[in-house]
Design a protein around this ligand. Structure first.
Ligand SMILES: CC(C)(COP(=O)(O)OP(=O)(O)OC[C@H]1O[C@@H](n2cnc3c(N)ncnc32)[C@H](O)[C@@H]1OP(=O)(O)O)[C@@H](O)C(=O)NCCC(=O)NCCS
Length: 347
């Protein structure tokens, strides 16, 4: 069946029924997929309409039916570690057996990015939160702001010339087997939930802390305070301030930060709260590492999750070469569940 490619204006992506129809077809009988994950399309379309990013989509159709889609994204600040301008490809979906169409939309996105001076191409990447293609653990459900895809997607990426640059892993903790966490008694730091009523103060503290703890990391886009503000405001609708923790020393200086979100994407009866949570990020100031600050935040989080009736927690994602957090989650009894990968397209 011949494949036809249609371009889609990025600012219109969330309104294009053919773009949305591809995911609906792929996941028609798949209860693990979270339909709410499509909301990221509207958020990126809004960014494109506001001129914060450039975005352009492609839909491939076969026999008049949309069977594959992807979007090329230019974040103005995205560069590789050696300073080359980087473009992203995200929102990829492809109906089983339509590999040619899948490769077609990936190729069209790559060409669109190259025509705009992007020397490096990284995929799948949608925004500062959502990136990666699931490469194992396909039977695990999608969790808030994480990717989800069928097992044949990695083969399509490989056939289209993409190679893996980053591997990441997810670990699950269950309430029934919650670990006993021993916090060092003389830690010298306390843990509190974020104060949403002191937005500017908390934002400035956390932005400075995140830049110091994670800045320059390969899987993370360095961003200004304004971009952190925008990202944080997007999290507010799904945020529980009790689960977003700050560790402070005796002088009130931030020494650690932990972001855990209720899994707002979990399918559940109307009006019911999520029973799953996701530990999105944990960081401790370099001079404080190895003293128990992560354990202190972990112990507070564990108690609050159990008190609120959460049944499980996915800690995701931890880079495969980031030994310290991997050792810590394994020591605490977390079981490896899913892996994902970010790819690059060679020139
Ligand atoms: C990962 C990171 C948060 C760990 O923070 P940390 O404060 O150094 O960790 P802690 O000292 O609280 O805990 C680690 C110790 O707890 C021990 N531990 C494990 N399980 C335990 C338990 N049930 N009870 C008590 N101690 C335990 C570990 O063995 C480890 O001991 P060690 O230092 O002697 O090896 C920190 O290294 C960091 O910020 N890294 C950079 C950011 C990052 O990579 N984050 C993860 C990806 S999002």
């Amino acid at each position: 069946m011949p494949v036809t490619l249609s371009p889609v204006d990025g600012a219109q992506l969330d309104a294009r029924t053919d773009f949305l129809a591809v995911a609906a077809a792929v996941y028609r009988d798949d209860a693990g997929w979270a339909p709410a994950s499509e909301h990221v399309i509207a958020a990126r379309a809004e960014d494109a309409a506001a001129g914060r990013i450039q975005m352009h989509g492609f839909v491939a159709s076969a026999g008049g039916r949309p069977v594959a889609r992807a979007a090329a994204i230019i974040e103005p600040d995205a560069v590789t570690t050696d300073g080359r301008p980087e473009g992203w490809i995200g929102l990829f979906e492809c109906v089983r057996g339509e590999d040619e169409a899948g490769m077609g939309v990936l190729g069209a996105c790559a060409q669109w990015l190259r025509e705009r001076g992007r020397e490096a191409i990284s995929a799948p990447r949608v925004d500062a939160l959502v990136s990666g293609l699931v490469t194992s653990g396909f039977d695990e459900s999608q969790v808030v702001f994480t990717p989800y895809n069928p097992d044949y997607y990695p083969d399509i990426f490989a056939a289209a010339g993409f190679t893996t640059t980053t591997r990441m892993h997810a670990y699950r903790f269950d309430a029934a087997t919650a670990p006993h966490i021993r916090v060092p008694p003389r830690l010298g730091a306390g843990v509190r939930g974020v104060r949403l009523d002191d937005w500017d103060g908390e934002l400035a503290r956390l932005h400075a802390f995140q830049e110091a703890a994670f800045g320059g990391h390969v899987a993370r886009l360095s961003r200004g305070l304004g971009a952190t503000d925008l990202l944080a405001r997007r999290l507010v609708p799904v945020l529980d301030p009790d689960l977003c923790l700050i560790a402070e020393d005796r002088h009130g200086a931030t020494v650690g930060f932990l972001l855990c979100l209720p899994d707002a994407w979990q399918s559940r009866p109307k009006g019911a709260s999520p029973r799953r949570a996701r530990l999105v990020s944990i960081g401790v100031a370099p001079t404080w590492r190895g003293k128990g600050a992560a354990l202190a935040m972990g112990a507070t989080l564990e108690k609050r999750l159990l008190d609120k009736g959460f049944e499980s927690l996915e800690a995701s994602w931890i880079l495969s070469d980031n030994e310290r957090p991997r050792t810590l989650v394994r020591a605490l009894g977390g079981s490896a569940t899913r892996s994902c990968a970010v790819y690059e397209l060679a020139d």
